[in-house]
Structures are given as C-alpha cells and as structure tokens.
Design a protein around this ligand. Structure first.
Ligand code: GDP
Length: 372
C-alpha cells in the first residue's frame, strides 16, 4: 500500500510545477565525469522528478546512416525544447568537448514537450556495436529513422533497424533534407516505398509497417507531416515531429508499485562519484538515499555483488546533466552510489530482496546481456 501513497505525494501539483520551471544545469561532467569537482555536483540544486507518471514518458531511439542529419536534427529538437545551447550546433559542441575530454559520453538526452518527457537515445551506426544496439533498443518503445531523402535508406542502418523491429519498437520515418532541389515529392514516395520494403524484409509486423512519415529540413529547423519544401512561417519548427512521437510511440508499460529495479545498460566512471550507471527503471521508484544493491545472474542463481545507497540520481536534459531526487519505472536515468555493478547487471532496492529475487528470476532475461 505504500506505493500509491508515495506516488501521490511525489506527484503533488507543486512538485510537478517546480520541476518543469526550475531545471538548472549541473556543471558539465567529463567523459569520465572528472572535470566537475564533487563539491560542485554536491552544491547543485536537486529537483523533484515530475516524470513519475509513465503515461507522460516516451522512450525513443534515433537511428540514421552517417551524414543523414541525426546531429542537426537533435540540435533542432533540443533548441526547440528549451536547451541552452551556446554553440552553433549542440552535437558539434559536444564533439568539441569530447575532443577536449570534458563531456559525458551519455547517449540519452531528454527533452520536455507539452507535459511529456521524451528520452531520446542515440544508436551506434552499425553492427560493430552489436551489444550496445541491443541494450539501446531494449530501453525504448519507439524509433525515429532519419533518412536522407536524396540518398534513400543505406545498408549501414539495416542491422540497427533489424534489432529495433525485433524488439517491437514502433518506427517513425523522417525523410530529411527535403529542402534540397533534387528532392521531389515523387522521390520521397520512392524512398518511403524502399523503407517499407526494407521493414517488410526485416520481418516488421503490420503495426510496425503502419509507420508515419515526416518530411524535414533539419538544417532549416522544421518537420512536416505532409510533403512541403516551404512550410508556412508559423510551422517552421519541429512541433509536428515531437507531436508525432508523443502520438505514435506508446508510453512505457511500467509498474511503479513494484520494488525498484534497474537494468544497467551503460556505465561511465567519474573520478569523484565513482561508477555512473545508466539504465531504464524496470519497476518501482528510486530516491536519493535509498538502500540498493547490485545483482547479477550466475550459474547458481542471482548473486548479490554489492550493497550501498543511492548517492546521486541524474538525467541529461538538453546538453547538461541535472540532478533529480527520484525516478520511476519506465524512465531512463543515471545513478551514482555503487562501485561494482556493470552493464547487464541489475540494481535493486534492498528492502525487497526476497521478493525481488523471485521476481527477477521470473522476469529478467539475463541471457541476452553480457555478465561481467
Ligand atoms: P549525422 O552524421 O547523421 O549526424 O549528420 P549531420 O547532422 O552531421 O549532417 C551531415 C551534413 O548534412 C551536414 O553538412 C549538415 O549541414 C547537412 N544536413 C543535415 N540536415 C540537412 C537538411 O535538412 N538539409 C540539408 N540541405 N543539409 C542537411
């Protein structure tokens, strides 16, 4: 009974309001989170999470062949959703920072859109990152496939697409670069058919084949649900894409009342905070200070590898990491507190250990993840 009560209190109107209006960025974490001193992170304000209602979450992978415009598109989405981007392009600034070794490697960025929180997850371009692709598509319910309307779909994205379809993701097709003189409506129809055939050959279901198509010029900063090369001034933005994601991608099926569990999908190391574990909360609610433990599967069953507590909970909003005070099932978050768990392990609440062990063995398929 504690679950619903807790949820109600966490979802109070003031909580919701204060989170959406007061998000403040943390100092940038480095690739290994070492550029920001621990004291700076500790001094930053922590915000209550408004996104404990899974109905308002959308988890989406972004898939594109190199140069088809993923970086430009993400930049436009982040800007429209209020990210404070100092440089010409958000991802360019990240690349620059990366060269200097002072940006996080997190592939998840969330944007707020009309009372919803969209967690956008970058996907690696090709099969060399097979394990990473599985982990990414395992965290989301939908995928935006960005295709250069001039070039059409290229082989490099096939592997990622095949995985995405196999995991049941709902795809959206974004035909990019329609501003180019060579891209006509006929060409867009051709590319749409090519993508349809590709999906069908990769075993897409009827539901997946019923994908919405958007036409975009990420460079000019707009997306449209009907073909155009010059949308009216008031529609030269990304609203139609963001609306399409909210409409077409189902919210995560999530049990907030269950014990807290998170499958670790990404891991980074920070000089001050130790391991930063990123993953999707598969059930329950987690708060800063909660006692947790890391679990992994072994031949003899589920084994506890470490016990500790949640020191920090974080989400990347736009191009900055922000601290949050709690997170619920269906959301994709990062946490610090445990030093041993790694990719493929589970982090869970210690108070529900017995129940959890039974549930975990019944519901988590560890076999598809590497255990270190
Ligand atoms: P990524 O490799 O998929 O991240 O692609 P980028 O976003 O870096 O874009 C690759 C190139 O295509 C850059 O030169 C962009 O300026 C250009 N580009 C991206 N989107 C568009 C678009 O909508 N129209 C045109 N004409 N060029 C674009």
């Amino acid at each position: 009974m504690a679950g619903p009560l807790l949820l109600r209190s966490l979802l109070s109107a003031s909580t919701l309001k204060s989170f959406s209006s007061h998000l403040a960025p943390l100092p940038r974490f480095s690739r290994c989170f070492s550029s920001g001193p621990a004291s700076a992170a500790a001094a930053a304000t922590t915000y209550p999470s408004a996104y404990l209602d899974p109905g308002r979450l959308r988890n989406v992978a972004v898939i594109a062949h190199v140069d088809h415009g993923k970086t430009t598109l993400m930049d436009r989405l982040l800007r429209q959703c209020g990210a404070d981007i100092p440089h010409e392009r958000a991802m360019d600034s990240i690349s620059l920072e990366r060269e200097r070794g002072i940006t996080i490697a997190s592939k998840v960025t969330s944007v707020s859109w009309k009372e919803n929180e969209l967690n956008m997850v970058d996907t690696p371009g090709h099969a060399d990152f097979g394990g990473e692709v599985e982990r990414v598509v395992g965290m989301v319910e939908g995928a935006v496939l960005v295709v250069d309307a001039g070039e059409g779909p290229l082989a490099q994205t096939k592997f990622v697409l095949a995985k995405a379809l196999k995991y049941g993701l709902r795809p959206l097709l974004l035909l990019n670069k329609v501003d180019r003189p060579s891209v006509s409506e006929e060409r867009c129809n051709e590319v749409e058919s090519l993508v349809f055939d590709l999906f069908a050959n990769l075993g897409a279901t009827e539901e997946q084949l019923d994908f919405p198509v958007l036409y975009a010029s990420a460079k000019e900063g707009w997306a449209s649900s009907t073909f155009t090369k010059d949308p009216p001034a008031g529609a030269k933005n990304m609203s139609q894409l963001l609306d399409a994601i909210v409409r077409h991608v189902p919210p995560p099926k999530a049990n907030l009342d269950g014990p807290f569990q998170m499958l670790v999908s990404m891991m980074e190391k920070d000089f001050y905070l130790g391991r930063i574990l990123t993953g999707r909360v598969s059930s329950g609610i987690v708060r800063v200070g909660d006692k947790i433990h890391g679990l992994r599967s072994s031949e003899s069953g589920i084994e506890k590898i470490e016990e500790g507590k949640v020191v920090k909970l974080m989400k990347k909003k736009g191009t900055s990491m922000v601290l949050i005070d709690s997170a619920g099932a269906g959301d994709i978050i990062s946490m610090a507190g445990l030093g041993s768990p790694s990719i493929g392990h589970t982090v869970a609440n210690t108070e529900v250990c017995f129940y959890l062990v039974i549930k975990l063995s019944a519901c988590v398929d560890f076999s598809s993840f590497s255990v270190n």
